[in-house]
Design a protein around this ligand. Structure first.
Ligand code: FES
Length: 197
């Protein structure tokens, strides 16, 4: 067994032992784990902004980047997807994004800087499950004949439209969070920093 393999297996044993031992032990191992990261990995773990190249994203497709340990979705909406927001306006609880849970530039119907791209944290605002994409419309979606596309949280059934706006009377109290972000170029998004801090 090589030295690297030995280190790997001993670290694995340590991780297994500490995760079995519970939260206190996990905190105790946090420092050595962080110390073992490279400087750029350390910065990432601490919440450094993340660049996303959306040049390959086709209309209707979604990609995920990780920021501060959270999944951040970037959905490139088609004109039909954007038009669906007119239909869901009256069904969602905060259609104009009045609640203070997104930056100023996302306080609009599409909740984004550019209408085409939705950038949102893919974590349900109820108890933190990850909603599933339900982009098919109509009966094929399994969500009902009048389903206009959106997201479904499988845990307790909260539904969100294609701007991450939660439907009224759902367990989730709020829309999906829009993280700070900015465009570095036409197809390059910096998630985690909008240059306003
Ligand atoms: S965690 Fe999403 S509905 Fe409960």
């Amino acid at each position: 067994m090589s030295v690297d393999q030995k280190m790997d297996s001993s670290r694995r044993t340590l991780l297994l032992a500490t995760s079995a031992a519970g939260g206190v032990a996990a905190v105790a191992t946090a420092v050595p784990f962080v110390a073992s990261l490279t400087p750029s990995e350390r910065a990432k773990a601490a919440g450094a902004p993340v660049e996303a190249d959306v040049s390959k994203l086709k209309p209707g497709e979604m990609m995920t980047v990780e920021w501060r340990g959270k999944p951040v979705w970037i959905l490139r909406r088609t004109p039909e997807m954007l038009a669906s927001l007119d239909k869901t306006d009256e069904k969602v609880s905060d259609p104009n994004s009045v609640k203070p849970q997104q930056p100023e530039y996302a306080k609009n119907k599409h909740r984004s800087i550019k209408p085409e791209y939705l950038v949102t944290v893919g974590i349900c605002t109820h108890l933190g499950c990850s909603p599933s994409e339900k982009f098919k419309v109509g009966a094929d979606s399994g969500m009902g004949a009048d389903w206009p596309g959106g997201f479904l949280c499988p845990c307790h059934g909260s539904i969100f439209d294609l701007a991450g706006r939660v439907y009224s009377s759902m367990p989730a109290p709020d829309n999906l969070e829009v993280p700070p972000h900015q465009y570095l170029a036409d197809t390059k998004i910096l998630v985690g920093d909008d240059g306003k801090a």
